[in-house]
Write a protein that binds this ligand. Structure first.
Ligand SMILES: Cc1ncc(COP(=O)(O)O)c(C=O)c1O
Length: 332
């Protein structure tokens, strides 16, 4: 039995697990399924809300009335936090990496519409974002407020619970569908979704291997980050968990020119999936991971997903990140 920490229900759960009937026809022996976490909400869609259910519960347990968090200008996590803050009556202060654009679009537009306060740090200043968060906490305290800090992507020992809880949902899905997928595939950006799935599947005895495609950093970074977060999680929640038994599989090679920069193959696969299934990916996270998964499946037995009869792709959301890059789609 898992002893869950405090959680507030914010997401529309459970999300569906659906089969890609038409798209899967391109593989000889594999069926691709999608865990539709882009449906966790309309405005708050995506994976972050699962983590925020635990992080915001923790903030409220500490009697905080303000949340400070950080990320890229088009951060889905920051957008979800800004919206949840408005819903829950908590002030949200975002520290965003980049220059203030003339016209906010995509996720950033929604940050403004949700009333979040925003401080921009340029690339050179970004390494001090956590120090700035501490300064802001002190200045809120001086105003009689209490601010809770959530790190990039809510990927810490608290947010880790989000995809442990999601693994429980997957276990139920697999039992309902009589499915035993060989692989569960996700994009990894700050590591928390990957970490939660690895821990959750191991705790619940799900035999599928978690395979992540990095959209930033590299495999060594995620190895370290996940081990560190799991260590903190074990200590904080007094969990008996065999860390040495974890398999952390991060497949490199699909990052392209860098975080947030996608080549034509990514825009093409987004269009193709839109046409064949009416399902929409984004160019920053899910498009790159999906492209990586398809390429590895097409390699067959020499690929990183060898022996895959059933693969579950976690659709982690990100739709609002499509619009700031709409000029990159090619139409015939
Ligand atoms: C749409 C989307 N997919 C995937 C990820 C990656 O998840 P994680 O940060 O938990 O690695 C993120 C956030 O970074 C995201 O916004």
């Amino acid at each position: 039995m898992i002893e869950w920490p405090a959680r507030i229900k914010l997401a529309q759960l459970p999300t569906p697990l659906t089969k890609l009937e038409k798209f899967s026809q391109r593989f000889e022996n594999t069926t691709v399924w999608v865990k539709r976490d882009e449906l966790t909400g309309t405005e708050v869609s995506g994976n972050k809300i699962r983590k925020l259910e635990f992080c915001i519960a923790e903030a409220q347990a500490q009697s905080c009335d303000t949340v400070i968090t950080c990320g890229g200008i088009q951060s889905n996590h920051c957008r979800a936090t800004a919206i949840l803050g408005a819903r829950l009556g908590m002030k949200v202060h975002l520290i965003l990496r980049g220059e203030r654009p003339q016209m906010p679009e995509g996720n950033l537009l929604m940050d403004y519409l949700s009333g979040a306060e925003i401080t921009y740090l340029n690339q050179g200043e970004w390494s001090s974002h956590e120090a700035l968060a501490r300064e802001l906490q002190a200045s809120y305290q001086a105003q009689g407020r209490k601010a809770f800090f959530i790190p990039v992507g809510a990927s810490d020992e608290v947010g880790l619970w989000g995809y442990i809880k999601a693994s429980e949902e997957l276990l139920q899905d697999f039992s309902d569908l009589d499915l035993e997928p060989e692989y569960i595939v996700t994009a990894t950006g700050s590591g928390g979704t990957q970490a939660g799935l690895i821990v959750g599947t191991q705790m619940l005895g799900i035999r599928s291997q978690v395979v992540a495609f990095n959209v930033s950093d590299d495999a060594a970074y995620f190895d370290r980050k996940i081990r560190d977060d799991v260590t903190l999680w074990k200590q904080r929640y007094n969990q008996q968990f065999d860390q040495d038994a974890m398999t952390i599989k991060t497949v490199e090679g699909y990052l392209g020119a860098g975080y947030g920069i996608a080549g034509p193959e990514i825009f093409d696969i987004i269009s193709e999936l839109g046409r064949t299934e009416g399902l929409f990916l984004d160019p920053v996270y899910t498009g790159k991971a999906f492209h990586g998964m398809v390429t590895e499946l097409l390699k067959g037995e020499s690929g990183q997903l060898s022996g895959a009869k059933n693969v579950v792709f976690i659709h982690t959301g990100g739709l609002f990140g499509v619009f700031p890059q709409q000029q990159n789609f090619r139409f015939e």
